[in-house]
Design a protein around this ligand. Structure first.
Ligand SMILES: O=P(O)(O)OC[C@H]1O[C@H](O[C@H]2O[C@H](CO)[C@@H](O)[C@H](O)[C@H]2O)[C@H](O)[C@@H](O)[C@@H]1O
Length: 358
């Protein structure tokens, strides 16, 4: 169905895995911050951390969100990158040591993290094994799903009542439906900082839906407080037209902005809120704000997750784990290659906590 079979990109839904390299020795631990290799990474590819399209061609930004990875995933550049962002599985003991004596709080992105990237966003289901792994983690640590999706939709994919859910890139936060031992009232909407934008988002959704009808493969997804214009199944020759249409619609809405994700343009209100703010908000809800004995772990694969990685970096607490098979500019300190490795990491975390408890 996709028209981008020629792309050897991380965004190819059937991307080939780089060979695992067990027994690798890293030059430094804890890993050097991502920024140390940022300059080098930028020289090789356009992988801006901020998804906000400030200036320049929208088409260029769309292409940049689907980079043609010229370098081999197993090449020297990848080696250097992995040294700075080691596998959270290979360095699992190091992660445990850093978290020792602290309260782990788990934050999980959905698409590309708990479910593999697929062509049809409606079919991005998560496996039963992954659900079990997330359920297991939530039994041990407060756990939140932080997604660009509409909260109800991501709940319908995950189907776990004991979790916190932050939908619409963190603009719609709700506590667990089923209260466990964490501090939360059942089924409570905790934060919706963009409520006043609902009418305008709906209006723009309707306009964009009409506009996109003329572009084969384009799809507009209503994520309640934000919108996604998908171009994964649009011929590349049409990307420019799609970008121009989106921009033309948005031109008259000064308080909305376009950000980019994985073969998607996201339309959202211009407010001081993002996944990183949602993380901080949730830590506060849980009674962990300002405490030095908290160890948040955020796992995500997309540019919007960089806001959360950045928050953790600035806090100097916890870790960000980027899910990627390819070197990317990131503020995360660790990496995992794909959702299957995320599942493995979650299982190991549960197992080690069970062992610790005896
Ligand atoms: O924050 P996330 O949970 O990662 O959500 C980000 C966007 O994810 C979805 O789109 C992406 O995944 C789709 C299914 O694999 C894929 O078809 C699409 O190309 C990706 O961009 C979701 O549909 C969007 O609404 C989210 O904003």
């Amino acid at each position: 169905m996709t028209n981008h079979a020629a792309f050897a990109a991380e965004d190819a839904v059937t991307a080939v895995a780089a060979p695992a390299q067990p027994g690798r020795h890293f030059a430094s631990f804890p890993p050097r911050r991502a920024r140390d290799c940022r300059k080098a990474a930028l020289g090789r590819m356009d992988l801006a951390t901020s998804g906000v399209l400030m200036s320049g061609s929208l088409l260029d930004s769309m292409k940049a969100s689907s980079p043609r990875h010229a370098m081999s995933p197993a090449g020297a550049d990848h080696e250097e990158w992995i040294e700075n962002h080691p596998s959270a599985l290979e360095w699992f003991e190091g992660v445990l040591a850093a978290a020792a004596g602290k309260q782990i709080v788990m934050f999980l992105d959905y698409d590309g993290t708990l479910s593999p990237i697929v062509e049809d966003p409606e079919r991005a289901v998560m496996t039963e094994e992954m659900r079990e792994a997330v359920r297991g983690v939530a039994q041990h640590f407060p756990t939140a799903i932080v997604s660009g999706r509409c909260r109800d939709k991501v709940f319908n994919f995950v189907k776990l009542e004991e979790l916190y859910y932050a939908g619409s890139h963190g603009m719609d936060i709700k506590g667990p439906t089923k209260v466990s031992n964490h501090k939360a009232k059942a089924d409570e909407v905790l934060c919706q900082p963009a409520t006043k934008f609902l009418p305008v988002i709906q209006k723009v959704y309707e306009k964009l839906t009409v506009k996109m009808e003329s572009i084969p493969g384009a799809m507009v997804e209503n994520n309640k407080f934000c919108l996604s214009v998908h171009f994964r199944c649009v011929d590349e020759a049409e990307w420019d037209a799609l970008g121009r249409e989106v921009k033309a619609v948005l031109d008259v809405y000064e308080d909305l902005e376009i950000t980019k994700g994985r073969k998607v343009l996201e339309i959202r209100p211009i407010i001081e809120w993002h996944k990183g703010k949602a993380l901080l908000f949730l830590l506060e809800c849980l009674g962990f704000a300002g405490r030095g004995d908290v160890f948040p772990i955020y796992i995500g694969d997309d540019r919007t997750d960089e806001d959360a990685f950045e928050v953790l970096h600035n806090m100097g607490q916890g870790i960000g784990i980027l899910v990627t098979k390819f070197p990317k500019e990131t503020s995360a300190s660790y990496s995992l290659r794909e959702p299957a490795e995320v599942k493995e990491f979650l299982r190991k975390l549960v197992k080690s906590n069970e062992t610790k408890k005896g």
